[in-house]
Design a protein around this ligand. Structure first.
Ligand code: CA
Length: 223
């Protein structure tokens, strides 16, 4: 069984890797959200919420867009942890540091039992090509005519969601549920602001079509 450890703190990750190896698990360790999203097939993800490059919750949601791999969130003691929110982000379970090693192993076995032991790739062949655009969920990169488009994590998630089904209209509610949080109570203008930013960065507003009163879809502007 392959376990992806997403943890920037060596003093936590190293004993964890050694302990899990003693239990017969293979481990792969990364220390950033971007590296986690570029990982190949694993059976379980142990996800630290406090990462240097991305919010752990956003990493969790981004993994969920492309994979059903079980995710156990690991949070620091004292960190406000909202269990309901974590489960809505797609986490399967969570542990608060410091945690007992046997507790962790029991949780790993429980979530993998529930997932039926199927190996879930986070990122295999997750490249979508639409006209001149390439969207790579492995590396979280978007290019248009080979030019890199630098997007924020939310902008990427938005585009990645639309790109799961080019031409299909995604409703505003669907997008809010997936890219923001279910039951988003913030201003709905947020979505329009993000769409405008992505259009500008892609260099042609035609990439994202507004379907009035419904939502948005991704289109090849040259098609
Ligand atoms: Ca951390």
């Amino acid at each position: 069984m392959e376990i992806l450890i997403v943890e920037d703190d060596d003093s936590i990750a190293e004993p964890l890797e050694r302990g899990l190896a003693r239990e017969g698990f293979n481990t792969l360790r990364v220390s950033t959200g971007a590296a986690a999203l570029a990982s190949g097939p694993v059976d379980v993800v142990l996800l630290d919420l406090g990462l240097p490059d991305m919010d752990g919750g956003d990493v969790c949601k981004a993994i969920r867009l492309v994979s059903q791999v079980p995710i156990i969130v690991v949070s620091a003691r004292g960190e406000e942890i909202d269990r309901v929110l974590l489960l809505e982000m797609g986490a399967d379970d969570y542990l608060v540091k410091p945690f007992g090693f046997h507790e962790l192993v029991a949780r790993i076995r429980a979530v993998t039992r529930r997932s039926g032991g199927a190996r879930n790739t986070i990122a295999a062949s997750e490249v979508t090509v639409i006209g001149e655009m390439q969207l790579d969920r492995r590396s979280h990169r978007v290019t248009v005519a080979s030019d890199e488009v630098v997007l924020t994590p939310k902008e990427f998630e938005l585009l990645a969601m639309l790109a799961t089904d080019p031409g299909r209209v995604f409703t505003r509610t669907e997008i809010f549920d997936e890219v923001w949080d279910p039951h988003w109570y913030g201003p709905t203008k947020t979505l329009d602001v993000h769409v405008a930013a992505v259009r500008k960065k892609l260099g042609d507003p035609g990439w994202i079509e507004t379907v009035r009163g419904i939502g948005f879809r991704i289109m090849d502007p040259r098609a």
